[in-house]
Write a protein that binds this ligand. Structure first.
Ligand code: SF4
Ligand code: SF4
Length: 379
């Protein structure tokens, strides 16, 4: 094996959340018990070995951590309490920072202070933009109300301005995420000279990307006890994707001056997505707080940051909606500002550099693994 040992890997992995993996003596129990192991793989044991040996380059090329969904069966049954499930989780965080060429992921994952400062700086930036490009509803409150009693939100923060800012942000986040995925592809596919993936392989596997992005289908192979976790995770993803699509794709329709009836699709989609998001937040918070499941026993600071930011984003969104339909212009203006000051830092940090990037990396890892297997079979 032509690979260099990196003595910092052990220290690094501790910062990314891994704890006792060095206790592993390779009995193979985790491979036997994991519901996702296939016949001829050393899943997840090979990744443990690479971490123990400090083979950073090999870790970077390794798809294994992305194939684990942290059901925790291996950790529960490991005779050495080496906690392989938690190592897989930490390796995923580590890999996110290795793919990220900007170095921001590494800072977010290894420094609470950096994450907090980044959130505050982005929030202040958003506040400055909002105050400069919107109109505070001063004077007679009635002049800010429409015929149906709702706040004329587009008179204070016109959807076109917000939409432009949305598109710029989405473009920037996509740029970082896509370039990081290219880096991942380079290390997993291109650098591996033992196999040549051809264009047909790439095309054949394409369907896996939307499939695994939306459903996290492999997760459903884990045993019954994690099914609830999978369903709630699915609801959270649906809620997030619905909200994101309405805000970035259809803001003119979503940010309306009208107060539609309760059953109007504009309100209904918003409510359903909000309920899904809230269910996910409460479930995952409760699990972490009570350490109910193997995958919630150890929480990294980025796990909490994600939950808190998402909760505050949803809460301020609900308040803003309530104030708007109840005809309270000043409170609508202020909660809209607060909503953006929380939602934007959350998206900027979480989507390309932290927790939410796994929504993209995992389907791509499954895709790369699949097309590599096709190429191996042909060989
Ligand atoms: S992590 Fe535990 S179960 Fe897996 S090989 Fe090591 S000692 Fe065995
Ligand atoms: S946590 Fe579950 S899916 Fe992940 S390696 Fe262990 S047994 Fe397999």
């Amino acid at each position: 094996m032509n690979a260099r040992v990196n003595l910092n890997v052990k220290k690094d992995l501790l910062k990314y959340g891994a704890k006792d993996w060095n206790e592993c003596f390779h009995c193979g129990n985790c491979t036997a018990i994991c519901p996702l192991t296939d016949d001829n793989s050393l899943f997840p044991r090979r990744a443990i070995r690479l971490a123990q040996m400090g083979l950073k380059d090999k870790i970077k090329e390794n798809v294994v951590p992305w194939l684990c969904y942290y059901c925790g069966d291996c950790s529960k049954t490991c005779p050495r309490n080496a906690n392989p499930g938690e190592l897989m989780m930490s390796l995923r965080r580590y890999l996110i920072s290795l793919y990220d060429w900007t170095g921001i992921s590494r800072l977010v994952y290894t420094s609470k202070k950096f994450e907090l400062i980044a959130i505050v700086v982005i929030a202040i930036f958003v506040m400055i933009l909002y105050i400069n490009f919107t109109v505070y509803p001063a004077g007679d409150p009635n002049k800010w109300l429409g015929e149906d009693g709702g706040v004329l939100i587009n008179n204070m923060a016109h959807w076109r301005k917000i939409h432009l800012a949305d598109l710029i942000m989405a473009g920037l986040l996509s740029f970082f995420l896509i370039t990081n995925i290219i880096n991942m592809w380079y290390h997993m596919i291109l650098k591996d000279k033992t196999v040549k993936v051809n264009i047909l392989d790439y095309i054949k596997g394409l369907y896996l990307l939307p499939l695994h992005f939306i459903t996290q289908k492999r997760f459903s192979k884990c045993d019954e006890s994690v099914k609830t976790y999978w369903y709630i995770h699915l609801l959270l993803v649906i809620g997030y994707v619905t909200m994101f699509t309405m805000i970035v794709g259809f803001l003119e329709w979503f940010q309306t001056d009208k107060v539609h009836p309760f059953w109007h699709p504009q309100r209904l989609f918003g409510y359903i997505a909000t309920v899904f998001l809230f269910l996910g937040i409460i479930y995952f918070y409760y699990n972490r707080r009570k350490k109910l499941r193997e995958n919630s026993k150890y929480s990294h600071h980025t796990d909490w940051a994600f939950l808190v930011l998402l909760f505050l984003t949803v809460l301020t969104g609900i308040l803003m909606h309530y104030f708007r339909i109840s005809g309270m212009p000043k409170l609508t203006y202020i909660t809209y500002l607060l909503h953006l000051m929380i939602a934007v830092p959350m998206l900027v940090i979480e989507v390309p550099f932290s927790k939410w990037s796994h929504l993209a990396y995992r389907p791509f890892a499954i895709y790369f693994s699949y097309i590599k297997n096709l190429a191996y079979k042909r060989k």
